[in-house]
Design a binder for this molecule. Structure first.
Ligand SMILES: Nc1ncnc2c1ncn2[C@@H]1O[C@H](COP(=O)(O)OP(=O)(O)O)[C@@H](O)[C@H]1O
Ligand SMILES: [Mg+2]
Length: 276
């Protein structure tokens, strides 16, 4: 990528819009080949060699590394209980890692609270309880902007451009929406902070294949605006198709790491994790 580090002056995505009408990355085109290009100074966000578990319980993660580069989509796949959500929580600061560290744009943020990580530019959509069901769609988006003291109406308009159905239903309780629409609320809420990086845990859980494709398209659109995306997906095949980088986790460990394309082509990965 050509000198294109939008974060080098620490301005983040401040002056670029979430939605890009041209449908193309203006400054940070994602490589179509799925090639992982090493960014200067390492990945934008990395949970590196993380070991740890819940409270005083056994370790769930063992030397586990997940990361996302600038301008890219990274996807984490693996069997149920592999520790995918745990790894995401560890990167977001919801888990005390016994060893390993988390770096955001080169800065060690291992000791920061989740709240402080949001202030630093991390957006996280957890796997469950990711919206306020009794609040309206618009109230959910407003809640997303809680850390901002500036005018967030532009961002809300951008979220509504990205997810037009949410504008239509903005005065409806979020709990009345369909599964796919709720996930749009959750992603929209995370975008309200104008994150520099977005973490999504199973954004397509429980939706139909058509809605899944639609959500993936929107996620690609967000990535094209220059927000790197680190995402857990149970729809491994479809997710790896759009992934610049893929991580297969098994029992809290990195089993395979490669470009999405290479993982899809790997006979062992196919047999064990992609249904042949
Ligand atoms: N809050 C929790 N407290 C204790 N153990 C948990 C908690 N959440 C998950 N686990 C355990 O951590 C392991 C990994 O779970 P998880 O990260 O949710 O897997 P995945 O997201 O890959 O399905 C499982 O054995 C699960 O039982
Ligand atoms: Mg999970």
């Amino acid at each position: 990528m050509s000198n294109g580090n939008p974060y080098q002056d620490d301005r983040g995505n401040k002056d670029r819009s979430i939605t890009n009408p041209a449908g193309q990355g203006s400054q940070m085109p994602r490589s179509k080949s799925g090639k992982v290009t090493a960014a200067p100074g390492g990945p934008f966000l990395i949970g590196e060699a993380m070991t740890g578990g819940y409270g005083k319980g056994p370790d769930i993660l063992h030397d586990c590394t997940i990361a996302v580069d600038r301008g890219e989509i990274a996807v984490i796949v693996g069997p149920n209980g592999a520790g995918k959500s745990t790894a995401m929580k560890a990167v977001f600061g919801m888990l005390d890692v016994r060893s390993g560290r988390v770096l955001l744009d080169g800065e060690d943020i291992t000791a920061l609270t989740p709240q402080d990580r949001v202030v630093k530019g991390m957006g996280f959509v957890p796997q469950t309880s990711n919206i306020f069901t009794s609040m309206t769609v618009e109230e959910n988006l407003e809640m997303g902007a809680f850390i901002r003291s500036d005018d967030f109406r532009d961002t809300m308009a951008q979220v509504y451009d990205l997810f037009p159905i949410l504008k239509e239903k903005r005065y409806q309780a979020a709990g009345e929406l369909s599964g796919g629409q709720r996930q749009q609320v959750a992603v929209g809420r995370a975008l309200m902070t104008k994150p520099k990086v977005l973490m999504l845990d199973e954004p397509t859980a429980g939706v139909s294949p058509i809605v899944m494709d639609e959500l993936f398209d929107r996620i690609i659109e967000v990535a094209r605006t220059g927000i790197p995306i680190l995402m857990v997906e149970q729809n491994a095949r479809q997710a790896l198709e759009i992934a610049d980088k893929g991580y297969v986790l098994v029992q809290g460990r990195n089993a395979f790491t490669d470009t999405g394309k290479a993982l899809m082509a790997d006979p062992e990965v196919r047999k064990s994790f992609l249904g042949g």
